[in-house]
Design a protein. Structure first.
Length: 293
């Protein structure tokens, strides 16, 4: 079953491309026609590509890996922040920090610096600072939060990038390609799809277009996370059953030994009880021993 359909995408305006003079010839396979000097994207292909991308994203999430969402254009910021937060995935909606992937340890240091400032603020270390120094630290903290706050939980390189407008975020795409990280991208008619592993041909400027595609992909990621949680619960239950079975084996063995020992103790007593007892009475003839001569 498709996660979207032709009518949904048409209503959201996913089919509107750029002016013909701005097109990238590499996008020709995804263009349906030209109308009034504007290229129209083939939404039948978009439906298929959304499903392919969603299935791949689901498997990545199911394996417990992180997907980094990148969108620094104004109309996509709030949508990406909302959708990525709902599935607990990192995102970048301010300026892309150069070297974020290729120089990841340095970015982690900056994130750590932010958490160190928080600790010093909470334990009262900054209480003795002058107003000016405190203002500087506060501004530095706010700047770090703005640029890196959304990736604070990203302790290792992401396993995939989801990019809105691959032309605008070309630095992020280049870094990902250099490190062999797969890239998922909403690609418009003015962009080059050759560096994108999972191309979603669609309008990357309209809010509704971005929203409908992100919703489909994020729902797939949520499904992957739920399946991972269910599998972990099953594994935990199976492990507990194995532990119980392992504990029960020695108990059963001890019980069996006790039963065998009890049977061995009871058996001789039973044999003694079965032996006949002869008592002398008046009718019983007793032979007298012959007298000694």
């Amino acid at each position: 079953m498709s996660r979207t359909n032709f009518d949904m995408l048409l209503e959201a305006g996913c089919h509107f491309g750029h002016l013909r003079r701005k097109w990238n010839p590499a996008m020709a396979p995804y263009i349906f026609m030209e109308r009034n000097g504007i290229h129209i994207i083939d939404l039948h292909k978009t439906v298929v590509k959304i499903d392919e991308a969603a299935d791949a994203l689901k498997q990545i999430a199911k394996s417990g890996k992180k997907i980094l969402f990148v969108a620094t254009k104004k109309q996509a910021k709030s949508i990406v922040a909302e959708k990525a937060t709902s599935i607990n995935m990192p995102y970048v909606i301010e300026r892309w920090p150069g070297g974020m992937l290729t120089n990841f340890p340095t970015i982690r240091k900056a994130v750590k610096k932010m958490s160190n400032i928080d600790k010093l603020m909470s334990d009262g270390t900054f209480a003795n600072l002058s107003k000016r120094e405190l203002l500087q630290v506060t501004r530095q903290r706010a700047k770090l939060e703005k640029n890196l706050g959304s990736i604070a939980d990203l302790t290792r390189l992401p396993s995939a990038l989801f990019v809105i407008d691959v032309m605008k975020e070309n630095i992020a795409v280049k870094e990902a390609k250099r490190l062999g990280i797969p890239v998922f991208g909403i690609v418009d008619t003015n962009s080059d799809p050759n560096d994108i592993d999972f191309v979603i041909p669609a309008n990357d400027d309209a809010k509704d277009s971005i929203d409908i595609i992100l919703t489909a992909c994020c729902n797939a990621i949520a499904e992957g996370l739920e399946e991972r949680k269910a599998e972990k619960a099953d594994e935990k239950a199976a492990a507990e059953q194995e532990e119980e079975a392992a504990d029960a084996k020695p108990k059963r063995a001890r019980r069996a030994r006790k039963e065998v020992a009890a049977e061995e103790t009871v058996a001789p007593v039973a044999e003694e009880a079965e032996a006949p007892v002869v008592e002398a009475n008046e009718d019983t003839e007793v032979e007298e021993a012959p007298a000694a001569e």
